[in-house]
Design a protein around this ligand. Structure first.
Ligand SMILES: *Cc1c(COP(=O)(O)O)cnc(C)c1O
Length: 386
C-alpha cells in the first residue's frame, strides 16, 4: 500500500474566501478600491500598527519601506545573508549597497554583533529578517539603530503573527514588510503589506506605490474620483487589486486559527524529533511568540553518512515534500559577482547552509502526517548514522 504523499505546503483557502473573490469579480471594480482600504484597516488593527499600505508583493513592501525612508545611491544597507534574495535586491534597485552579515546558527536570525561590526559612516538602514517566524531580538537592533541614526525596515515575510520582547512584529521597526506569497502565513497568492507608525512614511509609500501620483488617483475611473492627477515623483506600479484584498481579508480573519494550528503541529514535531539522532530543530525561543512559518531542522552531517541532498531524496521516496531556506545570499552567483563575497566571509551561514532542511508545516496538516514525517526523519537518520 502506498501512503498519500505529504506536500511541503498547502494553502488553506475557505469557501467564504472563494465567494468573496467571486463577489469582487462580479462587482465591476477589480483593482485597488474598497476591499484594499478595508484590508489595510483590518491589518493595521490586527498587528496594532497605525498605518498599513497594501501592495502586490512582499518584495514591493520591502522596496517601498526603504524608498519611503529615503535610502538611495551611496547608502549602505545591512542585510542578513540568511534571507531570500528580495531583501537585498531592493536595496540595489535603489542604488544602495547591501552589506551582508552573518547569522546565529542556532536560530538563523541575524547576529547583532555582526550588525554592529558592519556599521560605517555610510550605513543608512538595517533590515532584520524574522527567520522562519522567530522574531529577531528587536530591542538590540533598535538600540543600535538609535545610536547610529539608522532606519530599521524589518522583513516580516515569515512573521505573522510574531512577538519580540512582548511587542508585536509590525509595530517595532520604522517600517515592516509582510508577504502574502502563496506559502506565507496568510496568502493572497501574491501580495504584501507595509506597516508603520509614521504617517509621513505611510503617505510617501502610498504615493510611490502608484506611479508617484497624487493621493486618491486610484479613484480616477470612478464617479467620485477626479480625472485630474499629478505625478509628483518617480514611483512604481505596486498597488494591490481588490481581487486579492478580498482573499486577504478572509485569510486575516482566520490568522489566529491558522497560527494556532501551526503552533500545535510545531510542538508535536519538537516532541517527536527530540530523540532522533543527528537531527536538531532550530532553537524556537518562546514557542508562543513564534509565527511557525517554517519548521527547519539541522542535520549534524559529521554524524551522518549521507548528505542533505540524499536525506531529502530519501524523504521524497517516502512521499514527503521538503524545502531548503535559504541558500545564503553570499553563496549566489549574482551577489558573489557584484559584491565580491566568498564563502569564508560569512563562515557561520556558509557552514550551516548544507545542514538545513525545512519539513512540511501547514494548518491543514494532520497529526498523523506530522508523525509520519517525524518517523521518516528518525528512520533515515538512524539508518545512516556513523
Ligand atoms: C517571501 C519572502 C520575501 C518576498 O516576498 P514576496 O511576496 O514573494 O515578494 C522577502 N523576504 C523573505 C524572507 C521571504 O521569505
Amino acid at each position: 500500500m502506498t501512503l498519500p504523499s505529504i506536500p511541503f505546503f498547502r494553502p488553506s483557502i475557505s469557501e467564504a474566501a472563494i465567494d468573496a473573490v467571486a463577489g469582487v469579480l462580479r462587482s465591476g471594480w477589480l483593482t485597488t478600491g474598497e476591499q484594499v482600504l478595508e484590508f489595510e484597516r483590518e491589518f493595521a488593527a490586527y498587528v496594532g500598527a497605525a498605518h498599513a499600505v497594501a501592495v502586490n508583493s512582499g518584495t514591493a513592501a520591502l522596496h517601498l519601506g526603504l524608498a519611503a525612508t529615503g535610502v538611495g545611491p551611496g547608502d549602505e544597507v545591512i542585510v542578513p545573508t540568511m534571507t531570500f534574495a528580495a531583501t537585498a535586491e531592493v536595496a540595489i534597485h535603489l542604488g544602495a549597497t547591501p552589506v551582508l552579515v552573518d547569522c546565529d546558527p542556532a536560530t538563523l536570525n541575524v547576529d547583532h554583533e555582526a550588525i554592529a561590526a558592519a556599521i560605517t559612516p555610510r550605513t543608512r538602514a538595517v533590515m532584520p529578517v524574522h527567520f522562519a517566524g522567530r522574531a529577531v531580538d528587536m530591542k538590540a537592533v533598535t538600540d543600535l539603530a538609535a545610536a547610529h541614526e539608522l532606519v530599521v525596515v524589518d522583513d516580516a515575510a515569515h512573521a505573522l503573527p510574531a512577538r519580540s520582547g512582548g511587542h508585536v512584529v509590525g509595530t517595532i521597526g520604522d517600517a515592516t514588510a509582510f508577504s502574502f506569497y502563496a506559502n506565507k502565513p496568510i496568502t493572497t497568492g501574491e501580495g504584501g503589506m507595509l506597516t508603520t507608525a509614521d504617517e509621513e512614511l505611510a503617505e510617501r509609500a502610498r504615493v510611490l506605490r502608484l506611479h508617484g501620483m497624487s493621493r486618491g488617483a486610484w479613484k480616477r475611473f470612478s464617479l467620485e474620483g477626479s480625472w485630474d492627477y499629478d505625478v509628483q515623483e518617480l514611483g512604481y506600479k505596486y498597488n494591490m487589486p481588490d481581487i486579492l484584498a478580498a482573499l486577504g481579508r478572509h485569510q486575516l480573519a482566520r490568522s489566529d486559527k491558522l497560527h494556532d494550528a501551526r503552533r500545535r503541529l510545531a510542538a508535536q514535531y519538537a516532541d517527536r524529533l527530540a530523540d532522533v539522532p543527528a537531527v536538531s530543530p532550530l532553537d524556537p525561543g518562546d514557542p508562543d511568540a513564534h509565527a511557525w512559518h517554517l519548521y527547519i531542522v539541522r542535520l549534524e552531517l559529521d554524524r551522518l553518512t549521507i548528505d542533505r541532498a540524499r536525506f531529502i531524496e530519501l524523504l521524497a521516496e517516502r512521499g514527503i515534500g521538503t524545502g531548503v531556506h535559504y541558500k545564503p545570499l553570499h553563496m549566489h552567483g549574482y551577489f558573489r559577482r557584484t559584491l565580491g563575497y566568498h564563502d569564508d566571509d560569512l563562515p557561520r551561514a556558509s557552514a550551516v547552509y548544507p545542514q538545513l532542511v525545512s519539513l512540511p508545516l501547514y494548518p491543514e496538516m494532520d497529526q498523523q502526517s506530522v508523525d509520519r514525517v517525524a518517523t521518516a526523519v528518525g528512520d533515515i537518520a538512524a539508518a545512516n548514522t556513523r
